[in-house]
Design a protein around this ligand. Structure first.
Ligand code: NAD
Length: 486
């Protein structure tokens, strides 16, 4: 299926801005050029930050909460109105199946505006009456302010969902934003500018600048940016924390993972197979919450191994619009090479390759795309590199265990702490094990089930801070305490 090559511009102060300095984005299915993207320079980033500040000090900052909530909900409706355009942009940037974009990523993009529209209104600040030596007392109460101009730096694996996960609450809580989407998947962020104009969000509230880490750094070091919210790799997050230090910006960091899945001997194996299969292979393994280490009780290890191998063999790679397709390419040649590099590391570390382990050959234009085979390994030591480092591909290592304490220790024996998923039919075990797992998000007998009001974030090297529902207020607003002497 040939695709139309697009031009993607920056969006600053309510207008699209072309800089003439472009880089290409490739359609990962075939390698064809999907878009020419206009890269921002320092002057344009300055303009975007200045526009965001002016909007904050101007019309946007003066709106009543009701007016702002109406506009934020309007953005969700505006995304729905341009649904097909968003789907097309997301599919050509990522190569994901239309079904995935239509059912998950674009609807969640709209939901991220609806979900946070009323949060500020519905959550009271604290109030404390205190005693004073003169017997009259004093009253303390909190007042929330938007943090200000927020720099949003987002990744490529679910571009629309992850970018709006930050822009939704940022705007709902009264901030303005300058977004730096991944240079690999810039199209939906740019298109969202059109929606902002469609629904009447004032110019300067939502800005987008394109480019790689260099442009990201222009935001992290900019004196006019008050906070940085980041999703991406842990190593990038560490660089960003260093970059923000001189200007003392607030940060919210959502980073990598090496998430464990655990199958206890009393698990429903049908359920464990279906859910773990999704968790390993959904979006071709490019989900931050996905499972890359599977610990299976020794009594059911062989059976689960066979079942998961059958699941992997049953995946159907194909074009995004093909009926029943369940596996797409990975996002880029660069990422394919990283994954294939780990496939070699696994072999070097003595893995038994149960399925996959290479690059598929189609004998057509897709051989120019960025494809890898779904892969499962057994026989790897728990502390092998393959089991410790985030690969972010359609692959996992299967490791047997015999005792509950042992598997909890192995699951926690990692630098990361984003999510953990386990399967048991024993309620006591579920309640006993869940609190002992060092992860920000824990699922029992399911995976990827998300209520946007709940806390989202990682422990250890997977994150700093929590977003979601009321938790996002910590980063997206500042609270002043007012103390009135009576
Ligand atoms: P990445 O770190 O390479 O890039 C993320 C963003 O940071 C991009 O926009 C990139 O241009 C920008 N960037 C790169 N260097 C920068 C610098 N020095 N200063 C400022 N910005 C810079 O991540 P990626 O490869 O796009 O995404 C995949 C990673 O994201 C995986 O590690 C995955 O686990 C993680 N992720 C985490 C979550 C979560 O919620 N914790 C969600 C999705 C993805």
């Amino acid at each position: 299926m040939p695709i139309q090559t697009r031009t993607v511009a920056n969006f600053v102060d309510g207008s699209y801005v072309e800089t003439g300095n472009t880089f290409d984005v490739h359609y990962p299915v075939t390698g064809q050029v999907a878009a020419h993207v206009h890269e921002a320079d320092a002057a344009l980033v300055d303009r975007a930050v200045a526009a965001a500040r002016a909007a904050l000090d101007g019309l946007w900052g003066r709106l009543t909460a009701d007016e702002r909530i109406d506009l934020v909900i309007g953005v969700a409706d505006g995304i729905a109105q341009r649904f097909d355009e968003f789907v097309e942009a997301e599919v050509t940037d990522t190569g994901q199946a239309y079904n995935m974009a239509k059912r998950v990523n674009i609807p969640r993009g709209a939901a991220n505006f609806r979900a946070f529209a009323h949060t500020l209104r519905e959550n009271a600040t604290e109030a404390f009456r205190m005693e004073t030596p003169d017997g009259q007392g004093a009253l303390n109460f909190g007042v929330r302010h938007p943090r200000g101009v927020i720099g949003v730096i987002s990744p490529w694996n679910a571009p629309m969902l992850l970018m709006t996960w930050k822009v939704g609450p940022a705007l709902a809580f009264g901030n303005t934003v300058v977004v730096k989407p991944s240079e690999v998947t810039p199209s939906t962020a740019a298109l969202l500018g059109q929606v902002m104009n469609d629904v009447g969000v004032p110019a300067g509230v939502y800005n987008v600048v394109h480019g790689g880490g260099k442009v990201g750094e222009m935001l992290t070091t900019h004196r006019g940016v008050d906070g940085i919210t980041f999703t991406g790799e842990t190593v990038t997050g560490s660089r960003i924390l260093q970059a923000v230090a001189p200007t003392l910006k607030a940060t919210s960091m959502e980073m990598g993972g090496k998430n464990p899945g655990i199958v206890f001997e009393d698990a429903d194996l049908d359920l464990a197979t279906t859910i773990l299969g999704r968790s390993i292979f959904l979006n071709t393994g490019q989900v931050c919450l996905g499972t890359e280490r599977v610990y299976v009780h020794e009594s059911v290890f062989e059976e689960m191994k066979d079942r998961l191998v059958a699941y992997a063999e049953g995946l159907k790679p194909g074009y995004p619009d093909e009926e029943g397709v369940t596996l797409g390419p990975v996002v880029s040649d660069e990422h394919r090479d990283k994954i294939v590099g780990y496939y070699q590391v696994a072999r070097d570390e003595g893995a038994e390759v149960l399925v996959g382990g290479g690059v598929p050959h189609f004998g057509d234009e897709r051989d120019n795309g960025s494809w890898v085979e779904p892969t499962l390994w057994a026989g790897l030591a728990h502390d092998a590199r393959t089991c410790r480092e985030e690969i972010f591909g359609p692959c996992a290592a299967l490791i047997p265990f015999s005792e509950e304490d042992e598997v909890i220790r192995m699951a926690n024996d990692t630098d990361y702490g984003l999510s953990a998923t386990f399967f048991t039919t024993d309620v006591s075990r579920a309640l006993r094990v869940a609190p002992r797992l060092q992860a920000g998000i824990i699922w029992v007998n399911d995976w990827f089930l998300r209520d946007l009001r709940t806390a989202f974030g990682g422990m250890k090297h997977s994150g700093i801070g929590r977003e979601g529902g009321v938790h996002g207020l910590e980063f997206y607003t500042e609270t002043s305490n007012v103390c009135i002497k009576i």
